[in-house]
Design a protein. Structure first.
Lengths: 368, 524
């Protein structure tokens, strides 16, 4: 029981992390692109649009980072053997993710404080570095997830006793999974922006958000299909659980939500063509985030009771669990509840920052 | 076993990361006190200057917090990725402190974001309360991290296990560990020459070993931890506030605007009070814990290769001027008491036979050569004890120099803060003396306060860390036993690269905070 609480507790942290991280990665690219357009086309709307996106990104970045830390501590505290194995066999992927974080946070701070203080060209370049660093982090971490779905580097280590630093990246599952993750985040970024802009009745903003969201939504859908098919070949246990097993209803729900999102996009687009903002556009963000969360939940939860899936079987969660001390079940439940309660405070702060627009980026009115 | 030189380089890398992190943590803990002082003044006077100053400090705090989070991530990854053996501590002794730290951390960031976005938009009293809650969680985070560190310095709950090999060591409370399992793990490490990581990474290893710690909250209940928390946190408050003071006095030196002095007055009394009691009272109680639980560190601090008499140090340390300052000669004599006893004898005395080691090593997936096992069992305890003492002895000069420079830094900070108080408040006699010597050089005096505080704090931490070597967990585990089994972590390329990353982020971050405080300190 305690193992299941630990497993689902960590999964819950992952889902919260995914929500914020999808927003921050997706919005980050759009922010960088429109900051660039603002400079190249000398369009103040684009620059202010980038500013709005950046405000959203800063807020979600802080919280996504915290939940990333929570996952790490969960992993080391509750699943020490898995953490120890990963830090050896997957040392390089973890290092790549760490480097991504090291570039990401300072570049956000620099982007913030150099707005209107350095040339727009230089500032745009900083924005692209910031956006690119967002893709480096999942490049590392998704290799870890790919390994627990279909171990390549771990399998090689177990059979030879030798760590091949880059072996995790030769897994075919990894590349499809990574593309699926990135396109999902980019699509979410577009739709979140479209929703926020629809609340402000900003038709140009809605158009931009819908455009980006939809393009990456199509790519995400394609790579999602590939990933599902690849799971059938490389990780049949997860494939079966999702396709015909316990998680099949969720899979169906995800597909229905995809159709719903498509419907929202079509309506939003029609309204834009007639110079209006469709009232349902604001639902694009929650629906796209729900799709991402369900996808992550299926990918993580469908492995249960295994932590590392080996074809149709796997290594059970209990094999990696912490039995060095007695961990009371209530302690984990209280911990999870208190962590989730902090989200309420965060959402309050986010609403002040985003809806009441209390948090302004110091890109003064004299912006070019 | 890992190459000692490379391990030392990796230790230096970890120290670099921890030092930069500690700079940002000190500001995280010290700045809010100053900002709360400004908000209080603003609520009382309604003068916008206090609010804009609070906003400026908040802008610096925000950048600082981001940098603290980055360097904290580096330190966290450093812990599990470089010193992977510490995972056993994270999943046992440090489990509860780190679990609670998660709560403190997430509430810390949630309340900080709330404070930043609402500052100036809601009443100063509400902002004060939000910032106070943030500060409480930030301090709690510091308390919990110090708890983990304190356990490494004084591994409470391990009872007489360290003393079994090093007879000069004290007992660390009642044994709440499974002594047999702990010693068995140590024996496997000695006999295999592998780091602990090799054991920990095997699936099922935890269920095979089972409970190793019966009292998971033991890290909280130690006298060493209590005084470490008080000593370390107040040091961080002092560093953060003294940096803030120097920053504002720099502005005063440029603009000669009296309002900057009133800013100083809004938080200086807290700084003064802390600097009067921290290095004296709290420092003394911390020192007592070192004398009681880190005998080798105390000998290193006092340069005691040989035991000697020093009534002043003795009365402070032992409460008896006639007590000798116990030196390494005494420790070596204690090691000699082992006589010809071997590791095998020690293992036998707690019921561990050779076959137990062989079967246990197989169970946890570690191979041991029969010859190496034999030679390990034949190792004389006296030789093990003396060899580790020698490693500690090699660090005497550096620890002694750092400790007394730290004391010098503390005296400088104390003298400077008293001088600042006498210039700021015009205390009879004292003010005239200080003004005759220093004049109204507020910035210089505040800079001396900050320099003294930073020197004292930085070297204090260095003494704490270097002083417990050659062990990472005092008397139990060495850095070589805790390092990652992956050889990349010890490669010069990796170490150099990460050092570069830390230096760029650390120095760049400090420069960014200075720029924000001087030019871009506006969050509208």
């Amino acid at each position: 029981m305690i193992e299941a609480i630990g497993f689902y507790g960590m999964g819950l942290s992952l889902l919260v992390h995914v929500i914020f991280v999808s927003i921050t990665i997706g919005v980050g690219l759009i922010t960088a692109i429109y900051r660039w357009y603002g400079y190249k086309r000398n369009d103040r709307y684009y620059e202010n649009f980038a500013k709005k996106g950046f405000r959203l990104m800063v807020i979600s970045e802080l919280f996504s980072g915290v939940w990333g830390t929570i996952i790490t501590v969960f992993l080391a505290g509750l699943f020490p053997a898995l953490m120890a194995l990963a830090t050896n066999v997957l040392f390089v992927p973890l290092l790549i993710a760490l480097i991504g974080i090291m570039i990401r946070i300072p570049s956000i701070a620099i982007f913030w404080y150099t707005w209107n203080k350095v040339s727009p060209k230089i500032h745009s370049y900083i924005g692209f570095v910031m956006a690119a660093s967002g893709f480096l982090i999942p490049f590392g971490f998704r290799a870890v997830f790919s390994e627990i779905n279909y171990p390549v580097a771990i399998a090689s280590y177990i059979s030879t006793g030798i760590v091949s630093p880059f072996e995790a990246f030769i897994s075919p599952l990894f590349w499809v999974f990574y593309a699926h993750t990135v396109f999902s985040a980019l699509s979410v970024g577009g739709f979140v922006i479209a929703s926020l802009m629809s609340i402000e009745d900003d038709i140009r903003g809605v158009e931009i958000g819908i455009k980006y969201g939809f393009v990456f939504f199509i790519l995400n859908f394609l790579f999602g299909m590939f990933y599902w098919l690849f799971l059938g070949s490389f990780s049949p246990y997860i494939y079966n659980a999702v396709t015909v097993g316990t998680y099949a209803p969720l899979f169906v729900l995800k597909l229905l939500l995809i159709f719903l999102l498509f419907f929202i996009v079509v309506n939003a687009n029609s309204a834009i063509l007639s110079g209006k903002v469709h009232q349902h556009t604001k639902y694009a963000a929650p629906v796209s985030l729900l799709i991402a969360v369900i996808g992550e939940f299926m990918n993580g939860g469908a492995r249960y009771p295994y932590m590392v899936v080996l074809g149709s079987e796997g290594i059970e969660i209990s094999s990696f669990f912490n039995y060095y001390i007695h961990i009371p079940e209530y302690l984990l439940l209280v911990l999870i509840a208190v962590l989730l309660a902090a989200i309420v405070v965060f959402l309050l702060a986010a609403s002040y920052a985003l809806i009441k627009r209390y948090l302004d980026i110091p890109v003064a009115e004299e912006a070019s | 076993m890992a190459d000692v030189v490379s391990v030392s380089a990796l230790l230096a890398l970890s120290s670099l990361g921890i030092y930069f992190h500690s700079v940002f943590v000190s500001i995280t803990l010290g700045f809010p006190i100053a900002i709360m002082g400004l908000l209080y003044r603003y609520s009382k006077t309604g003068e916008q200057f206090y609010l804009s100053s609070a906003k400026k400090m908040t802008a610096v705090l925000a950048v600082n917090f981001a940098l603290g989070a980055i360097t904290g991530t580096l330190v966290e990854f450093g812990l599990v990725q470089a010193w992977t053996g510490t995972i056993i501590a994270i999943s046992s002794f440090a489990f509860l402190p780190l679990t609670f730290e998660l709560i403190a951390f997430i509430w810390e960031i949630a309340t900080l974001v709330l404070f930043i976005v609402t500052l100036g938009k809601i009443s100063p009293a509400k902002s004060f309360v939000i910032l106070f809650i943030y500060w409480v969680f930030a301090a709690l985070s510091g308390v919990l991290i110090t708890t983990v560190n304190s356990w490494l310095v004084a591994p409470w709950g391990t009872g007489a296990v360290p003393a079994a090999i090093y007879p000069f060591m004290p007992e660390f409370g009642d044994a709440v560990v499974d002594v047999q399992k702990l010693v068995l793990i140590k024996a496997i490490l000695l006999a295999s020459g592998e780091p602990l990581h090799v054991i920990l990474q095997n699936p099922e290893v935890s269920s095979k070993l089972g409970i190793i710690l019966s009292e998971p909250a033991v890290a909280f209940n130690t006298p060493y931890n209590l005084w470490s928390i008080v000593h370390n946190l107040t040091a961080a408050f002092i560093v953060g506030m003294s940096v803030a003071l120097a920053g504002w006095m720099f502005a005063y030196s440029r603009r000669k605007d009296e309002r900057y002095l009133s800013i100083a007055k809004s938080f200086f009394p807290v700084l003064l009070l802390l600097l009067l009691i921290q290095p004296t009272l709290f420092g003394h109680f911390m020192g007592e814990q070192v004398v009681n639980y880190n005998p080798t560190k105390f000998a290193m601090m006092e340069n005691a290769r040989e035991s000697y008499s020093n009534p002043l140090v003795a009365i402070i340390a032992y409460g008896d001027p006639n007590h000798l300052i116990v030196g390494f000669d005494k420790f070596k004599a204690d090691c000699d008491k082992h006589g010809n006893a071997t590791v095998g004898d020690l293992l036998n005395s707690i019921g561990i036979a050779k076959n137990d080691i062989v079967s246990a090593s197989k169970a946890v997936g570690v191979s041991i050569e029969a010859e190496r096992l034999e030679s390990t069992l034949r190792l004389k305890l006296r030789d093990v004890c003396i060899a580790d003492l020698k490693k500690a002895e090699e660090r005497i000069a550096i620890v002694h120099a750092m400790y007394y420079t730290k004391i010098g830094g503390g005296i400088l900070a104390l003298a400077a803060v008293i001088a600042f108080a006498s210039v700021l408040y015009r205390i009879p006699v004292l003010s005239s003396v200080v003004l005759r010597i220093m004049g109204e050089r507020y910035f210089l005096i505040s800079l001396l306060t900050a320099a003294g505080a930073v020197i004292s704090s930085a070297l204090g931490w260095a003494v704490r860390e270097v002083g417990r070597k050659p062990w990472t967990v005092y008397g139990l585990l060495s850095p070589e036993e805790l390092v990652n089994a992956n050889s990349i972590v010890l490669s010069p390329v990796f170490i150099s690269f990460m050092a570069l990353v830390i230096l760029v982020i650390g120095t760049g971050g400090i420069v960014a905070m200075i720029i924000v405080s001087r030019r871009f300190g506006v969050i509208k």
